[in-house]
Design a protein around this ligand. Structure first.
Ligand code: NDP
Length: 250
C-alpha cells in the first residue's frame, strides 16, 4: 500500500490485541510507529524491531489530557508528524443498565470516547500544520446496541458521530477521518467478557462464530488490514465513514 514511507503513525492501546496488530502492520508497510499504552508496550516494539521495522514505545493514558499533549509533542519532536493516528485504546465494564454504576459509565466513556477527543485534538494541531493526516478510530458493532453494554455502545456510537463531524471540519487540510467497527475479534477483551458471563474463551468464541455469516470470529490482523487501507494513500478519497469489520453479521 502507498503512503507510509517517511510517515509517523501513532497507535494508542497498542500493547496487545488489535492495537498491537495494527502497530505491527503499519510498521510492516514502512511507517515509523509510536506505540502507546498505559504500561510500556515493550513486546509490540520488540516484535516490530525484530522484523526490521521502526517503533518507539511511549507510556500514555489517553484519559489524561495533559499527558496526551506532552506525549504528542515528544513524538512530533522525536519522530516527526504525526501523520497517522489510530485511536484504539478501549475498555469494557459491562452490566445491565438498571444496575450500571456511575463509575463504570464514566470510565468507559472516559477511555473510549474522551480519550479519542484528547488524542485527536492533540494530533490535529500537527496534521493541520503539515496539511496531511489520516485518523482512524475504533468503534464497534456494539454501537448498534448490545445487551449489557449501554456505556460501551454509547461511547462507540459517539465515535461514529465524532468521525463524521471531524471529516467535515478537517477535510480542507487533506486529513481523512474514518472509523472501523469490528464485530467479535478474539483478544484479551473478549476473553475477559467470556469469563464475566461464566464461559470459557473457546465456548464464547464458538457461540459468536455460530451467529456470524463467515462462521468464525475475527483475528486482530484482519482489523489491522482494514486500518492499514484507511490510513494509506490508497484511501485518499475515503472520509467520514464507519466500516464494519464483522464477518457479515447484520
Ligand atoms: P484489548 O483489551 O486486548 O487491548 C486494549 C488495550 O488498550 C490494552 O493494552 C489496554 O491496556 C489499553 N488501554 C486501556 N485503557 C487505556 C488508557 N486509558 N490509555 C491507554 N491505553 C489503554 O482490546 P482489543 O484489542 O480487543 O480492542 C481494541 C479496540 O477495539 C478497543 O477500542 C475495543 O473497544 C475495540 N473493539 C474490540 C472488539 C473485539 O471484539 N475485541 C470489537 C469491537 C471493537 P491495559 O491492558 O493496561 O488495560
Amino acid at each position: 500500500m502507498n503512503g507510509f514511507t517517511d510517515r509517523t503513525a501513532v497507535v494508542t492501546g497498542a500493547a496487545q490485541g488489535i492495537g498491537a496488530a495494527t502497530a505491527v502492520r503499519l510498521a510492516a508497510e514502512g511507517a515509523r510507529v509510536a506505540v502507546l499504552d498505559r504500561e510500556p508496550p515493550k513486546d509490540t516494539v520488540e516484535q516490530i524491531v525484530a522484523a526490521g521495522g521502526q517503533a518507539t514505545a511511549y507510556v500514555c493514558d489517553v484519559t489524561d489530557r495533559a499527558t496526551v499533549r506532552e506525549v504528542f509533542a515528544t513524538i512530533a519532536q522525536e519522530l516527526g508528524g504525526p501523520h497517522i493516528l489510530v485511536n484504539n485504546a478501549g475498555i469494557t465494564r459491562d452490566d445491565l443498565f438498571f444496575r450500571l454504576s456511575e463509575d463504570d459509565w464514566e470510565s468507559v466513556l472516559s477511555v473510549n470516547l474522551t480519550g479519542v477527543f484528547h488524542c485527536t485534538q492533540a494530533a490535529q494541531k500537527y496534521m493541520v500544520a503539515q496539511r496531511y493526516g489520516r485518523i482512524v478510530s475504533l468503534s464497534s458493532r456494539s454501537a448498534l446496541g448490545n445487551r449489557g453494554q449501554a456505556n460501551y455502545a454509547a461511547a462507540k456510537a459517539g465515535i461514529q458521530g465524532l468521525t463524521a463531524t471531524l471529516a467535515l471540519e478537517l477535510g480542507a487540510y487533506d486529513i481523512t477521518v474514518n472509523a472501523v467497527a469490528p464485530g467479535y475479534i478474539a483478544t484479551a477483551m473478549t476473553a475477559a467478557t467470556a469469563e464475566r458471563v461464566g464461559m470459557s474463551a473457546d465456548e464464547h468464541r464458538e457461540s459468536a462464530a455460530a451467529r456470524t455469516p463467515l462462521g468464525r470470529v475475527g483475528r486482530p490482523e484482519e482489523v489491522a488490514a482494514v486500518i492499514a487501507f484507511l490510513t494509506s494513500d490508497d484511501a485518499s478519497y475515503v472520509s467520514g465513514q464507519t466500516l464494519y469489520v464483522n464477518g457479515g453479521a447484520r
